[in-house]
Design a protein around this ligand. Structure first.
Ligand SMILES: N[C@@H](CCC(=O)N[C@@H](CS)C(=O)NCC(=O)O)C(=O)O
Length: 201
C-alpha cells in the first residue's frame, strides 16, 4: 500500500492519523508541491486533479482523503472510527462533508496566503477569516452532540482536527470557542496526532 503525501497537507494528515490509529503502515511517496510535482504528467495519471493524497493498493488508485479513509476503515475493520449503524454513520458523513465544504475552504485559503503569499488579497484573507469563524460557530454548537465531533472519535474528528491544526499553524485562535479548544487540546495528545505533525524550520 502506497500513499502519495505531503507533510504540510491537512488532507494527507487525516489519512496518516487514521493509519496510525489502525496500525496500518503504508509506504510513503512524498510529492513536492513546492516544485509542482503534483502537476506532472506522471502524477496527473494518478489524480487528474493534481492533488495529494492518493492511495495505491492492489490495483486501486484512489484520490480524495475522505474516500481513502472510508476505504481503509472498510479494509481494516475500523469499528467506531466509521460506525456501521446507519444513523451513526450518517452523522460521521455529515461532519466529513461539512469539513470539506465549510470548514476547510476558508482555512485552506488562509494557509495558501500565509505560506505562498499573495495568493489572495488582504480583503479576501479577512473574508476567509470571517468564514472560518462562522464555520467554527457551527462546530462549537454541534460539538459533543450524539455522534458529533468530540464524542467517541470517528473519521470526522480526524478531518476536523487536521484542519484545525492548519488553522492554528496559520495563527488562527480558538479562545472564543471554549468547547472546541478543550476538545482539541485533549485530541492533540493522541499519538497519531503527534506523530503526523509537520516538521517545521
Ligand atoms: N478534496 C481533496 C483535497 C486535496 C487537497 O486540497 N490537497 C492539497 C494539499 S492539502 C493539494 O494537493 N493542493 C495542490 C493543488 O491543489 O494544486 C481531498 O480531500 O483529498
Amino acid at each position: 500500500m502506497k500513499l502519495y503525501t505531503h507533510p504540510f497537507s491537512q488532507h494527507c494528515r487525516r489519512v496518516l492519523m487514521l493509519c496510525g490509529e489502525l496500525g496500518v503502515e503504508p509506504e510513503l511517496a512524498l510529492v513536492s508541491l513546492e516544485t509542482g510535482e503534483h502537476k506532472s504528467a506522471e502524477f496527473l495519471k494518478l489524480n487528474p486533479a493534481g492533488q495529494v493524497p492518493v492511495l495505491e493498493n492492489e490495483g486501486l488508485v484512489l484520490p480524495e482523503s475522505h474516500a481513502i479513509m472510508k476505504y481503509l476503515a472498510a479494509r481494516h475493520g475500523a469499528g467506531e472510527w466509521y460506525p456501521a449503524e446507519p444513523a451513526a454513520r450518517a452523522d460521521v458523513d455529515r461532519w466529513l462533508d461539512w469539513t470539506h465544504t465549510q470548514l476547510n475552504p476558508p482555512i485552506q485559503a488562509i494557509a495558501i496566503h500565509a505560506r505562498m503569499g499573495g495568493a489572495d488579497s488582504e480583503a479576501g484573507v479577512a473574508r476567509s477569516g470571517e468564514k472560518a469563524i462562522e464555520a467554527l460557530d457551527i462546530l462549537e454548537t454541534g460539538l459533543g452532540s450524539k455522534n458529533g465531533i468530540g464524542g467517541t472519535p470517528t473519521l470526522a474528528d480526524l478531518a476536523v482536527a487536521s484542519t484545525l491544526a492548519l488553522y492554528q499553524m496559520c495563527g488562527g485562535e480558538l479562545e472564543r470557542f471554549p468547547g472546541i479548544a478543550a476538545w482539541f487540546e485533549k485530541f492533540k495528545q493522541r499519538p497519531s496526532f503527534l506523530q503526523t505533525a509537520p516538521v517545521t524550520g
